[in-house]
Design a protein around this ligand. Structure first.
Ligand code: GLC
Length: 424
């Protein structure tokens, strides 16, 4: 597809990425999120790859420059001071240089690097893949060591922010056990940039901060956090994303001839059926997250539930049930995929991860459906994403009923997803 309006949207998208580039890393949005975010950067690399491959690799390399010695990859890297965001580096107190947060985010990086590699001049870029591969592997090992206590291939999130879907209804019940009585006074910054009605509530924020304080009090000791954190939730989104990333890491191991590492990665992939069983919610008749502490299913059907296709967890009966949900939901909204089932009483079409459509999640869901042979669904979701962007602009998220923008504008990962996927 190439017509004047696509060309001008392409140019806008490139301008957003270039404008949000802070020299080796890209901020998600200059005002609301003025640092480097983990999974945002991975998606941003896909956007840069369409016009500046060297810069694309650099985005990921800069992110991994902040990796901790145990393989952990932080969700925020505070390369430079900026007063526009709370909680900043002093609150996290990670004790690292550069300062970082103490929690991680969905591991999309290996899947992105595989795409960068397969589209690259492989002679020129091989040394860069050789350098990145052990870092990706160390991060995946960290997940399997610290975030899969049951050894079922299920990723346990220790903070709603780790899931990337901050205020999803899935976290309501598990987070209600978090004691917020000692949080103290603090000043949010997000609500001075954006309308409160689009953002998580005060109670959500109190819980986010209590969990940061808890992790900080352990000295960000990931083993202690794994064993004792007051919020431990098996996240369907991170689980499926890690499964997919392990497939892609395996392909990279094979490309580099790393046989021993390939065998190790294969053992993680062998856990896929156990992960799928654990995350299947019989009552919902859908995949969903589960509270590890109580054993209770979170009981919310979200856009992440559809990532089972992306994680290549295949099960004909469950796959059919998920497609029936897609059909029902598509009948309720103007554009797919809402972040919460519109038939859930907690659905709010403009409030962050409780309804709005996110281009990056659509990309993951669409990619998974295409792989599962559901080309029509994949194409519908891709088209919906492209139309949301073309008619409304490069926003953080969109109201699934009206297509109205929700959250920040000039958003890096939305621009990247346009260039990489939604524009075609
Ligand atoms: C919000 C989103 C998260 C994203 C970050 C920066 O916290 O929930 O997924 O990484 O903003 O865009």
């Amino acid at each position: 597809m190439s017509n004047p309006s696509t060309d001008s949207l392409d140019q806008q998208a490139r301008d957003i990425l270039i404008g949000n580039d802070r020299g080796g890393y890209t901020v998600p949005n200059g005002r609301v999120y003025p640092f480097q975010w983990n999974w945002d950067s991975a998606f941003v690399a896909l956007g840069f790859a369409t016009f500046d491959p060297d810069r694309a690799w650099r985005e990921v390399e800069t992110l991994f420059a902040a990796q901790w010695p145990d393989g952990f990859l932080p969700h925020i890297v505070f390369w430079k001071e900026d007063a526009g965001y709370f909680p900043g580096p002093q609150v996290w107190a990670s004790g690292r240089t550069p300062p970082t947060s103490g929690i991680t985010q969905p591991p999309v990086a290996a899947s992105v690097v595989r795409q960068l590699w397969e589209g690259a001049d492989q002679v020129a870029f091989r040394p860069r893949l050789e350098a990145l591969f052990p870092k990706l592997l160390a991060w995946h090992r960290w997940f399997h060591r610290f975030r899969d206590p049951q050894k079922k291939g299920v990723v346990v999130a220790m903070h709603p922010w780790e899931t990337g879907r901050d205020n999803s209804a899935e976290w309501d019940a598990p987070a209600s056990a978090v004691d917020v009585s000692q949080v103290g006074a603090y000043q949010r910054r997000d609500t001075s940039h954006l309308d409160q009605s689009m953002r998580p509530t005060k109670l959500d924020y109190d819980r986010y901060l209590a969990l940061v304080q808890y992790g900080r009090a352990t000295g960000w000791n990931h083993q202690t956090i794994t064993d004792t954190n007051p919020f431990r939730v098996a996240d369907v989104g991170m689980t499926m994303i890690l499964l997919r990333a392990n497939h892609d890491l395996l392909a990279l191991a094979q490309a580099l001839g790393r046989r021993v590492e390939a065998e190790e990665i294969q053992t993680w992939l062998d856990l896929a059926p156990a992960a799928g069983d654990y995350l299947w919610d019989e009552r919902l008749n859908a995949y969903g997250s589960r509270d590890l502490i109580t054993g209770q299913a979170c009981g919310a059907l979200t856009s992440a539930s559809f990532l089972a296709f992306y994680g290549r967890v295949r099960h004909p009966v469950r796959d059919r049930a998920m497609l029936a949900h897609a059909e029902r939901i598509a009948g309720r909204v103007g554009r797919m995929v809402p972040s919460l089932d519109p038939d859930d009483p907690r659905f709010e079409p403009m409030r962050y991860w409780r309804g709005p459509v996110w281009a990056v999640v659509n990309y993951l869901v669409g990619t998974g459906l295409a792989d599962a042979g559901q080309a029509d669904w994949a194409e519908k979701i891709r088209r919906d994403t492209g139309e949301l962007i073309a008619t409304t602009g490069f926003h953080e998220a969109y109201d699934p009923l009206t297509s109205a923008p929700s959250g920040g504008d000039d958003f890096s990962w939305t621009a990247a997803i346009w260039l990489h996927w939604a524009r075609r």
